[in-house]
Write a protein that binds this ligand. Structure first.
Ligand code: MN
Length: 474
């Protein structure tokens, strides 16, 4: 997986001086204990750092400014152990430019009936302290995340963990750089979009590069590097020459490895983490990148075919969120409309990400009727079973819109001997007819990101952070 920055989250407890210094020490002690135990749980993908008890507007403002300044800090978690007058939070939270989680929790998970007294009540006021804090967040329109419940509860821990991944993806969205080799496919509407608005709103840099510049890098790849990749390919996958003579199979497969290494170098040298190709614009290349694109997606790069930069960037974004686990570029390919079998067969010409393979992918070489180039090598495999989401992003005159539905994924019912590509079947949870009708009505495109890892709530939280409309088809 391509690396992202090492992120951490900063945790503060809200309080005030009304209860005396002794109580503030208790607040700090309890907050530190929570942070230590959350980190020790092993359930959180990123560490939390306790940054103290906040009692004044000035200290809160300074804290939030520091959060903005420190690149390694992905967001803030705030806990109101006592009652923290919320006017103190206004200036700091207006300035905060990173995700905020209001951790509405209490130190103990129970009411200690035998021992409870006014000292205990002064210290443990989150029941109403959360309301005061929530009021100002709502008044400021922050749309921050609220996680409610005891901090040792498994479900609560999972919610915090899920939010951390979303917050990191949000931060990383502003580092996504898409390299477009060629333009979008001629005459296609849905792959177009406002690249300036994408950079303003979603943080995505989208650049064009001539294919000729890429060809020069691909042609310069060293044969020895291809030898090493070929050996790895033999280890990881099954080479399946079928009717091809051995020389052709090896040449065409090695050429895809040349493309893989060349595209990777081109992207890495310029800081790109996602890319697009277009079969109409391959001058100087022997093959449309198939296996090459698949290996790059396996490595964590975002990809969009036919110049689809929005799906390339979305793929990279959701791969970060999912730690590159089973989150892939996909296209609605063909339908099973029979009652009881309703499903969409998803695939692409070649470029299906092997992280969803349920069997050992086979390297095969077959002709491709489109693009007028040599027979491309590609990985052929079956997809997986399980629950997932299918999501797309489209550009409308009033902004970007993410459209998604939860899906049930299945394997194809039979082999397709005359369609040698990787395949994944899925059915919208609300049913194919209802789901697809709403998808089409909402203007959702045919290129999507299918994920077995990203949860619907994470997509909601991400869309909220990015101020992106989300159409939920349920
Ligand atoms: Mn396509």
């Amino acid at each position: 997986m391509q690396n992202t920055n090492d992120y951490e989250f900063w945790f503060v407890a809200g309080s005030q001086h009304l209860y005396g210094e002794e109580q503030l020490k208790n607040v700090a002690r309890d907050a530190e204990d929570i942070v230590n135990k959350l980190n020790a749980s092993g359930k959180l993908p990123y560490p939390i750092v306790f940054k103290g008890v906040m009692t004044t507007a000035d200290s809160i403002t300074d804290f939030m400014k520091e959060v903005n300044y420190q690149d390694k800090v992905a967001g803030v978690m705030a806990w109101m152990h006592t009652f923290s007058p919320a006017k103190n939070w206004i200036r700091g939270e207006v300035l905060l430019q990173k995700p905020l989680l209001h951790f509405a929790t209490q130190y103990l998970d129970k009411i200690p009936y035998d021992t409870i007294d006014f000292d205990y009540m002064n210290l443990n006021q989150s029941a109403h302290g959360d309301r005061e804090y929530g009021y100002i967040n709502a008044r400021l329109g922050l749309q921050n995340k609220i996680v409610y419940g005891h901090w040792q509860d498994e479900e609560v821990l999972q919610e915090v963990a899920d939010w951390e991944d979303v917050a990191v993806a949000y931060n990383e969205s502003f580092h996504i750089k898409v390299c477009r080799f060629g333009d979008t496919m001629r005459n296609v509407a849905v792959t177009e979009g406002d690249k300036v608005q994408a950079q303003i709103q979603l943080g995505w840099t989208v650049d064009y590069w001539p294919v000729g510049d890429l060809v020069a890098v691909i042609d310069a790849v060293d044969e020895k590097d291809i030898d090493a990749e070929y050996a790895k390919l033999q280890q990881e996958y099954q080479l399946n020459p079928q009717d091809n003579d051995a020389q052709k199979f090896e040449h065409n497969t090695r050429y895809q490895l040349r493309e893989y290494l060349g595209i990777k170098k081109f992207l890495d040298d310029r800081g790109y983490t996602a890319f697009t190709t277009n079969f109409e614009d391959l001058k100087g290349l022997e093959q449309l990148p198939g296996l090459a694109a698949q290996l790059l997606m396996r490595d964590g790069y975002g990809f969009g075919a036919e110049g689809d930069w929005k799906t390339a960037a979305l793929g990279r974004l959701l791969k970060i969120l999912a730690h590159n686990k089973r989150t892939v570029f996909m296209e609605d390919y063909t339908l099973d409309l029979r009652k009881g079998h309703e499903a969409i067969l998803g695939s692409h010409m070649l470029e299906v990400d092997p992280t969803i393979a349920s069997d050992k992918p086979r390297v095969e070489v077959h002709p491709l009727d489109i693009g007028d180039k040599d027979d491309p090598a590609r990985l052929v495999f079956s997809g997986s079973e399980g629950e997932g989401i299918d999501v797309t992003v489209a550009d409308f005159r009033d902004g970007f819109r993410m459209i998604y539905y939860p899906v049930d994924c299945h394997k194809a019912e039979a082999e397709t001997p005359h369609l040698p590509v990787a395949k994944q079947l899925w059915t919208p949870k609300c049913g194919l007819k209802a789901g697809a009708t709403q998808w089409i009505q909402a203007g959702g495109g045919h290129h999507t990101v299918l994920s077995f890892t990203v949860k619907p709530q994470q997509l909601r939280d991400l869309a909220t952070m990015l101020h992106c409309q989300l159409v939920e088809i349920q």
